[in-house]
Design a protein around this ligand. Structure first.
Ligand code: PHE
Length: 460
């Protein structure tokens, strides 16, 4: 039986669900880490400019494709232009590849949330704790499955009773947690002569000393890569959520709100993390923490805080867990909705199928740290296990390719007017219209191509 297509009951429901997708691990650990590395305020400035130009162009396009075709990723692109239907295939392959490892990381976050909840935060700060955990054989698989099951349950309940209802509760809670921890972080007392306010300065004030043009270029590339990842475009998600966006709601306004929410949480995550890490681990500790910031440096910071550390750590990891859950939901929905639209499956059948595949793939990914351990080297020079390979393939290769394809489809084949007409069909204003046309036809594809070259290690 073909089920009736749902739609989000309010634009707020849509905005919170889409922001739930956008706000994820990237906002919380990757953004602050890049900002600290890339000259503080300079990174922020570049990021905001890119969000208002490039980011806005990509999200508007995808949401409009979804709403116009009323199809999820797999079938939407082909509806617009039959020969471009392979883009739909790519757009559903990407979330299919990401979901399994995203849930594995969700399981890691769950592990830390439980550790801090049960008062064993100090142990979590010990050297080797993280490696010890991910190389163990059963626990990571079990926690991955728990996280995946929670995600599948929400998707099983559908667009309104599942995604929309959950996002409306979790997103405001998440924002409160982030604000709470950020305020706390600013009140941390100085330690070894370093104060929280100095840390805040490192984050906010542009630091151009010793920067050459080449370094500025790399800041721009970092900011673009981060933005691209953060707004959840080029993975079929915004098309799918857009297909549930009602025709009489204002698309442009909602897109601006999503971007605002996403950037706000990323910004506040910096306020939350950078001063705390600066006070306890110093400027060098902060810059060199890299991606290990969340699972290794932060637990150390919480341990340094003394008795209150467990509570703050617990609050932090629960908050990250919420952020990861709403992102995982959107990934699974993109795949499930594609199965429903393309093959006429029921939601329950599609959900059970996708959950089973993601569970099997997740187990293989976890075993990549023990039974199936090997060390590969990626084209960009970093060492990789199964998880990193999937991440590299989807984020660095497939996503830029899909995004370039989308720009060509809209910019040159079906023309920007198709999107503009969709956005303004109830007489709404399309602000930044000229900018949109130039972005989608010329600038965005070029930027994405540079990003792709960067990913395959051309600038190394
Ligand atoms: N946009 C999310 C973030 O910033 C990442 C994400 C990845 C979301 C995959 C959904 C799917 O962390």
């Amino acid at each position: 039986m073909k089920e009736k297509r749902n739609s989000f009951s309010s634009s707020l429901g849509f905005v919170l669900a889409a922001a739930g997708s956008a706000v994820g691990l990237g906002n919380i650990w990757r953004f602050p880490y890049l900002a600290a590395k890339d000259g503080g305020g300079l990174f922020l400035l570049v990021y905001i400019i890119l969000a208002l130009t490039f980011g806005f162009t990509m999200i508007v396009s995808e949401v409009a494709i979804g709403r116009k075709t009323k199809q999820s990723a797999l079938t939407a692109y082909g509806r617009l232009h039959r020969p471009s239907r392979w883009l739909g295939g790519l757009a559903s392959l990407i979330p299919f590849l990401i979901l399994p490892y995203y849930c594995v990381i969700g399981g890691w976050v769950l592990k830390y949330a439980i550790a801090f909840l049960t008062g064993s935060g100090t142990a979590a700060a010990g050297a080797g704790y993280f490696t010890g955990f991910i190389t163990s054989t059963t626990e990571p698989v079990v926690l991955d499955l728990v996280f995946l099951a929670a995600t599948a349950f929400i998707i099983f309940r559908g667009v309104n009773k599942g995604i929309e209802a959950i996002s409306k509760v979790l997103m405001p809670v998440l924002l409160l947690f982030v604000i709470g921890i950020a305020v706390f972080s600013l009140t941390i007392r100085a330690h070894e002569g370093r104060s929280a306010l100095q840390g805040l300065k490192v984050y906010l004030v542009p630091n151009l000393t010793g920067m050459h043009l080449k370094d500025v270029m790399s800041v721009v590339i970092d900011a673009m890569g981060q933005l691209f990842y953060s707004i959840s475009v080029a993975m079929g998600i915004m098309v799918t959520y857009g297909s549930y966006f009602r025709d009489d709601h204002n698309l442009m306004k909602s897109v601006n709100q999503i971007e605002f929410f996403d950037t706000l949480v990323a910004f506040l995550a910096g306020v939350m993390i950078i001063p705390a890490v600066f006070v306890f681990l110093g400027e060098e500790g902060m810059r060199s923490s890299g991606p290990g910031l969340m699972f290794e440096a932060l637990p150390r910071v919480f341990a340094e805080m003394g008795s209150i550390g467990n509570a703050v750590g617990c609050m932090f990891f629960v908050m990250v867990l919420l952020a990861a859950l709403t992102s995982a939901m959107s990934l699974m929905e993109a795949v499930v909705a594609s199965l429903i639209d393309a093959f006429g499956w029921t939601r329950s059948r599609a959900t059970v199928f996708e959950a089973a595949v993601a569970a099997a793939m997740g187990a293989v990914i976890c075993f990549g740290y023990n039974f199936l351990y090997f060390e590969a080297v990626l084209p960009n020079g970093s060492k990789a296990q199964i998880l990193d390979i999937l991440d590299y393939l989807s984020n660095n290769i497939l996503m830029p390719l899909l995004a370039i394809g989308t720009c060509i489809l809209i910019g040159w084949i079906i023309k920007p007017k198709t999107v503009i007409d969709e956005v303004t069909k109830n007489g709404e204003r399309f602000g930044r219209r000229g900018l949109y046309v130039v972005m989608i036809r010329f600038i965005a594809p070029v930027l994405l191509f540079v990003l792709l070259l960067g990913s395959v290690g051309v600038f190394k």
